[in-house]
Each structure stands twice: as structure tokens, then as C-alpha cells.
Design a protein around this ligand. Sequence first.
Ligand code: GLU
Length: 513
Amino acid sequence: MTRRVRVRFAPSPTGPLHIGGVRTALYNYLFARQHGGDMILRIEDTDSMRFVPGAEDYINEALAWLGIGIDEGVREGGNYGPYKQSERRDIYREHVHMLLDAGKAYIAFDTPQELEAKRAAVQNFQYDASTRLEMRNSLAMSPQEVQALIDQGTPYVVRFKIEPGRDVTVHDLLRGDVTINSSILDDKVLYKSADDLPTYHLANIVDDHLMEVSHVIRGEEWLPSSPLHVLLYEAFGWADTMPEFVHLPLLLKPDGKGKLSKRDGDRLGFPVFPLDWTDPKTGDRSSGYREAGYLPQAVINFLALLGWNPGDDREIFSMQELIEAFSIEHCSRKGAKFDFEKGKWFNHEYLMAAPDAQLAELFKPILTQQGVDPDKFGDDYITRVVALVKNRINFVRDLWDNAAFFFQAPTTYAEKDVRKRWKPDTPAVMQQLVEVLQGIDRFDDPQHCEEVVLGWIDEQGLHRGNVMNAFRLTVVGECKGPHMFDITSLLGKEETIARIKRGLNSISLPADE
Ligand code: GLU
């Protein structure tokens, strides 16, 4: 019988979720959905020193924004809870005792100072089979001594008793078998009496076992921990339910070598977090994809292809298409360079594909911010504006720069365009243009307007480029923007003419002419 696919995303709430963590969550989600399995969100908050308030909410909000659905978790509930490790102390305590009773772990009283002194005295000191009897622990002391210390409330840790000289193999679906010798491992701390909490290693594998996790898909930075996790599974007698492992490659700096960091984002001007975040202690701000104007679907598509490829040259994938196409075999073993320009490209593509009415909704708050009342213009008008300018934007916020003149008449006129396009005869020509426009009755038909105006220009023997650019200057404020008669048909006759007249009053001939 094959096992039900159950995967988990297991972040530690120590700050904002890094974009690499989001990719790990995404791959877990795709894998779970593809196999009709379960996606668990487990909060690994046993390191009380590194706990940051707000980080858990941030994780939930980020995953929800991106559409990475969770089947079991703190909010969702489920049959394997609690899903927050700090609420599972009893379970860990019980498991620590199982190992102690079986002689697979021991109690150690060495203080941090003692350990430090030892490290200073012995080069490359490692707490392991070769040194453990020199230390202050239950293997080197009598049971009475140990009990007395515990009774006095002396803080202690529980260490995993690693048998030296054994080959330990991690089966990784992406990397194949990774084998190390157990002698290189130290007797890892599994539990600390001081805060009655397990360390990451113990909590992580106890939970993976109890939650019946079938596949551990995580970042490659956890690969060095995996042999220890294999040994722990064995020590508990759970070897036959050991999950399959997949260690995903790192996300790398866009330039140079090494892991992508917040500093790279700050330096090169892109977010490395899904949402904005302000550190509650330092006030340090980190920018997020959501606030930077990305559509969640674009972020998902972008991330999916950082470390995975479909095996052909397709690039645009909906979540559903990703679920169908995803495979571990097509994940890369090499780190993926974080190509931020590609991220922008994806956003542009998704904006192009998004319905104009949806973009209009996203544009409205920006209009309000700019002092424009969207209700004065109406949904239909805003939607039509969006349709005219959206091919010029990478982000929703770029809409304002490209479309402000649809909502506000220009008050200034681009100097270089004035110099180039406003000639001594221009005012007279613009006066005539006003007359011509007055005479058009189907003003909202761009093609008709174009025929009439170009017909008039040709008939008068005028220069199309000069006339049209001067016209544009008065209406837009610069010689840029969508097709002129698409603009005028939206603005309407009255507004178009008012703008030409205003231009006539405000634009003066360049000084040198
Ligand atoms: N809590 C670890 C983290 O923050 C989990 C690693 C794992 O998935 O085992 O990434």
C-alpha cells in the first residue's frame, strides 16, 4: 500500500517569511495537491530566544495572499494538533523520556562556561563518544549524583547519544543517497530543562512522525541536519515510517555568489519578502511584493520557476497548471539565481492578462491617494483608461504615471516638447483645430475623429506631426501616451477643447524663437 502524501511547511516565527521560505511552502503545496494529499502548516516556535511577535500572523497572511492553501494548522485545525510546537511540551517530554529510558540519550549538566572552557582548551572539541566521559553527564556520573543535581534544580540538557563509526544515509529524491559517517556528528542537545522545551531536531522529527509526514521538502540549508534526523527516527524505532527527503537548492543573489539576502534586495531595489514588515524591536522595515504592486499569481509563477522547470519552454502557469506540471525530478540541484527582472516581466504578463475591470479596482485606491475621486469618473471610465495604458506598466502603481492626464488636465507642459513642437504658427493652427473639433458630432468614435482631423490637416497643407504633437501637448502635457483619438474620445469634446484653449493661454513660445 502506498502511503498517503502528507507534507508540512514548518517555519519558525523569527521574523518575516523570506521569499525562499515561500518557495518551499509553494513546492510543498504543489506536491500535496498533485497527489491529493495534505498540506500541514506547523509553527516551530521552540526557540524562545528567537521568537518574534507578529511573525506567525505574517506567515498566515502571506500564504493566504499567495493562495497557498493549508489543510491542517493552528487556524485550520486538524486531527494531528496542536500545530504549534510550544503547545506540545508534554509530547516532547514524553519522547525525551523514551530515549533516556532506552539508553539512547543522556542528561548533561555542563554549563555554557564549562563548555566554552573546554572548547578553548581542546582544539576542534566535539561533544561525542570520544569525549563524553570527560564531561559532566549521566554517563560519567553515578545515578545518585545525577538525581541529586536534578533534585536541586540544576539546569540540564538531554543529549542524543550518537554511536560513532556508522554510515548514515539520507535518501533524497532530488540528490540521491547522501551518506556521512556518524563520527562527524556531535551528541546534539535534544531538550533543555531551563525552558522545558525541545530543540529543533527533536521537535521536528517527533512531529513529522506523529503527524505522519510522508515527504519532507525543505531548503538545502537543512541537509546537514538530516543524518541526525535519520538516526533519531531509528532510535525511536520508527525507521519504517521515515519520510522521503527533498532538499531544495538555495535562491542565490542576482549578481555574484551566495544566498539571496535582504541586503541584496535593499541594494538592488527589490523585495525579498512577500509582504511589508516592520521589525517590532528595531523598527527596521522590509518591503514586500504585495505592497510593491505585484499580483499574487505573478509571484507564484515567478517563484515556481526558480528551481523548477516544466521540461519545455512554457513560462506562464496558473496555480492549477503548476499543480499538474510540478515534479521533483524537474527541480534543479543547483542554486537558482534570483532574476528580479524576470519577476517584473511576470507581473507585466499577469497585468496584461488580468481583466481591465479588476485592474480598475486596484487603481481606485491609488486615484484616491492622488486626490482624485474615483466615483466622479465611474467604473466604466476608469476601466477604459486602464485598457488604454496597461501595456505600458509593470505595476498597478505605474498606472498613475501613465494615466494621470485622464483625470486631471495638465498644468505644466514638458519643456523639451514645447521647444520642439510649439512653433510661431501653432496658436493659429490650434484655434482652427478647435473649430474642426467643434464640428464633429460623433466625437466618441476615435476612427471618425481621426479621419476628420487628418483630412483637415492634409487639406490645409499642414504637417501632420507638428499639428498632432502640439495638440497632444495641450491635452496630455507632453508628447507621450496612447493613441490621440482614443484619449479624446474618452475625455469628450468639451474637455478636449477646454484643454486646447488652456494650452493656448499657458504655453508660450520658447524664449529662443
Ligand atoms: N523550522 C525550520 C525552518 O524554520 C524547519 C525546517 C524543516 O522544514 O525541517 O525552516
